[in-house]
Design a binder for this molecule. Sequence first.
Ligand SMILES: Cc1cc2nc3c(=O)[nH]c(=O)nc-3n(C[C@H](O)[C@H](O)[C@H](O)COP(=O)(O)OP(=O)(O)OC[C@H]3O[C@@H](n4cnc5c(N)ncnc54)[C@H](O)[C@@H]3O)c2cc1C
Length: 372
Amino acid sequence: MKKRLVVAGGGHAHMMLLARIGDFIERGCEVTVVGPSEHHYYSGMGPGLLGGTYQPEEVRFATRLVTEKLGGKFVEAKVQAIDPDRQLVSLDNGEQISYDLLSCNLGSQVPQQMVDGPLDDIFLVKPIERLLGAQQRILELGISKTVKIGVVGGGPSAVEIGGNIWQLGQTPGMKPVEVTIFAGRKLMPDHPEGVRGRANRSLQQRHITILEGTRVTSVQTGKIMADDGTEYECDLIFIAVGVNPSRVFDDSGIACGPDGGMSVNRYLQSVTHDNIFGGGDCIHFADQPLDKVGVYAVRQNPILVHNLLATITDQPLKPFEPGGSYLLIFNLGNQSGILYKWSILFGGRLAFMIKDYIDRKFMRTFQALEAA
Ligand SMILES: Cc1cc2nc3c(=O)[nH]c(=O)nc-3n(C[C@H](O)[C@H](O)[C@H](O)COP(=O)(O)OP(=O)(O)OC[C@H]3O[C@@H](n4cnc5c(N)ncnc54)[C@H](O)[C@@H]3O)c2cc1C
């Protein structure tokens, strides 16, 4: 009987797996990919998408098209739960899919406990595709009035979102866009002083207000409430307060790490279920908890492919080595960035151009499968 491989989520850690679907089919597997949309959006280019640097087709990968071209089946739905004993995945459309082998790349989500009421004119920075709706809304409002925008969060994504909203506000014919970043204790507290200083200067030169030492307690459509009792009126609000791994594993009784990500061993294999693998933001790498950055998801690609193929062919598994420090480049909008790794640190146009080159190259590599 054919082995059933279910690929849950087509994110950054599954790009190579999707490209190699044919190898699994050749070895007698039936491959089903499950994802909430026909496309996967590359988050590293999300702020640039919001700011108008990129068009949607430049930052997305056609998951359904590629899956079907390579002989797999694509199911447009969200994984809601996994029953590891019965080897079943339950989807939000009511369907259930059986698996012999399951690989999970379900990503992460922005916590929204601080939101009081509906999400009207409130945008979480994930899923990335929602940033397109945010862009349209800013352009629509900006035709007739000054648009006040609050960005809640003080980390890199808040900085990137704030800087790119400013860029969008430079669209000809727009009334001014006023951006305030509610940075909490301070802007980019986990980054070196040189990075913080550059981010602060870049944003302030463009009259983006940075509120430090103020904690946001709740958010409603049109309003941000701070812990000192002050209320700030905003037309649109972005929430960029970090991410939590998908809740699917915790809800399914699969062993999880302290952050709720599926706990995996050095082979990226669930510590409790050896026919479940995973990568990206949705896992907790038990040996060494990893930052939630795309770099690790990308580095996990070849290991996931190898270990899934090895499992069906009874070959030895390969361990994942997270590697040393990684290159970080932030897109601040206005064609400027900040780049740092080890003691190398610089900002400006060159940093943006390097990020743009790397990101476009990554996308083109996998988008080539769409045309093949
Ligand atoms: C605004 C922003 C900018 C960022 N910029 C960078 C950067 O420049 N460099 C960097 O290294 N990192 C960056 N990050 C972090 C990076 O995005 C994540 O670490 C990376 O996306 C993790 O990859 P992933 O594949 O695990 O998750 P995702 O990229 O989120 O992919 C998960 C996939 O699973 C799908 N999915 C989700 N839930 C389900 C479900 N229930 N069932 C089925 N499918 C599902 C999603 O649709 C998506 O296609 C950024 C994050 C944000 C929010």
